[in-house]
Design a protein around this ligand. Structure first.
Ligand code: ADP
Ligand code: MG
Length: 399
């Protein structure tokens, strides 16, 4: 993807003395007292800020926090706790600036945090006047918030259209590279694991991937719907009977290309949805009318794990069972460990998928862990994210 990268501007000496506006994702969870409970996103944003400061820029950073009403300031929507934590991590004072749209005082070598950008009227609908004002604050706009890359808002999209220079920060660049490696020019065989609770929420992903991948591993409620499509009994399991035709279409599309959707040969069932429910392994042909399938069986997991070993690229979204309950976590754990051990380039994303990765402590063994939940899913759906589109357009017109 032809996109200007902030790193390239730094290397070319084009950043010193410039006003740099960084759109970061500092949307951290806060407790009821307003204390930060988890600061990964702030730490992840440091490289870009440090790079800009190191290059001698005048640095402005902003982010959204929560979902405030535009034009209405409430103390709980303030980035004040983020400014404090950012200051601790950078080892310097980070002043928080309110009402910044019409002008910001910041000198070269300094960094300021601009108050929650979603407080500005017109942010969400990408108001052009607002975007132009933001763009006028800077010489260089840096998009470094992949989590917002699927949205076109004033601080993520409009500003990129109007700023003198618009580029991708290190976090966004890393996402672009990993996504390109996994989907644009993947090492084959390319295997996707699409699992989790609902087919409906991931149907577009299944259809888009059915055109690309060599193998589509389904799990969770999604596998149950595919089992129905294959004519297997699923008892009381979570499934979407109205989507059986769609599931069959995905299977057909894959078959036409000589690719496959492996259907589980065995499953782990429970009599109720509970952590202490008794887990019974059954052949998938033997599922009884009152059974609930909560995991793929050991034979299925072992066969899939074997295939993952010889994959070239693995894309993973969704746990294949109710991994939150230990008795039904084995399928997800076996696949997670197989992905970790596979020489394939792997890319994983999704809220619960990240929770599973952290539960099994395999963070370091995944090629790339995507930080943008919704944005990652939209990439898998085959959509061009607005952030990528606008940065590409700016880079093309600068040629
Ligand atoms: P992600 O957040 O990674 O995109 P999802 O939200 O789509 O994943 O799905 C994760 C959820 O699906 C988990 O909470 C898990 O317990 C649930 N799940 C997985 N398998 C089953 C199943 N067989 N029956 C019911 N729920 C399931
Ligand atoms: Mg989820």
């Amino acid at each position: 993807m032809n996109i200007l990268r902030f790193q390239d501007l730094v290397s070319a000496g084009r950043v010193a003395g410039r006003r740099v506006f960084i759109r970061a994702d500092l949307n951290v969870p806060l407790d009821d007292q307003g204390a930060i409970t988890e600061d990964t996103r702030i730490r992840a944003s440091l490289p870009c800020i440090e790079q800009a400061l190191g290059a001698g820029a005048a640095v402005m950073v902003t982010s959204h926090l929560g979902r405030p009403s535009e034009g209405v300031f409430k103390p709980e929507d303030s980035l004040a706790p983020v400014a404090r934590r950012l200051g601790e991590l950078l080892g310097r004072d980070v002043p928080l600036v309110s009402n910044w749209v019409d002008g910001v005082d910041v000198a070269a070598g300094q960094v300021v945090l601009l108050e929650n950008c979603r407080l500005n009227k017109g942010e969400k609908k990408n108001d052009e006047a607002l975007a132009r004002k933001m763009a006028a604050l800077c010489d260089i706009f840096v998009h470094d918030a992949f989590g917002t890359a699927h949205r076109a808002e004033a601080s993520t999209y409009g500003i990129a259209e109007h700023a003198p220079v618009a580029c991708a920060g290190p976090l966004l660049s890393a996402e672009i590279d990993a996504i390109g490696k996994a989907l644009a020019a993947p090492k084959r065989p390319l295997v996707a694991i699409v699992a989790g609770s609902k087919v409906s929420s991931k149907l577009t992903i299944l259809k888009a991937l059915a055109e690309k991948v060599d193998q589509l591993i389904v799990g969770g409620g999604i596998a149950n719907t595919f089992m129905l499509a294959a004519g297997l009994p699923i008892g009381k399991s979570l499934a979407e009977a109205d989507l059986v035709e769609e599931a069959r279409a995905v299977i057909d599309a894959m078959q036409k290309r000589g690719a496959a959707v492996p259907i589980p040969v065995d499953v782990v069932v429970a009599d109720r949805f509970a952590a202490d429910a008794k887990a019974t392994v059954k052949a998938s042909t033997d599922v009884a009318a009152d059974d609930l399938i909560l995991d793929i069986g050991p034979q299925t997991a072992a066969a899939l794990a074997e295939q993952l070993k010889s994959s070239g690229t693995i894309v993973w979204n969704g746990p294949v069972g109710v991994f939150e309950f230990d008795a039904f976590s084995h399928g997800t754990e076996v696949l997670a460990r197989a992905i970790a051990q596979s020489p394939a380039f792997s890319i994983a994303g999704g809220g619960d998928t990240l929770a599973a990765i952290s539960k099994y402590g395999i963070e370091r063994d995944i090629g790339y862990i995507s930080t943008g939940g919704g944005a990652f899913l939209e990439v898998l759906e085959g959509k061009t994210l607005p952030a990528f589109e606008v940065l590409q357009r700016r880079a093309d017109s600068a040629k």
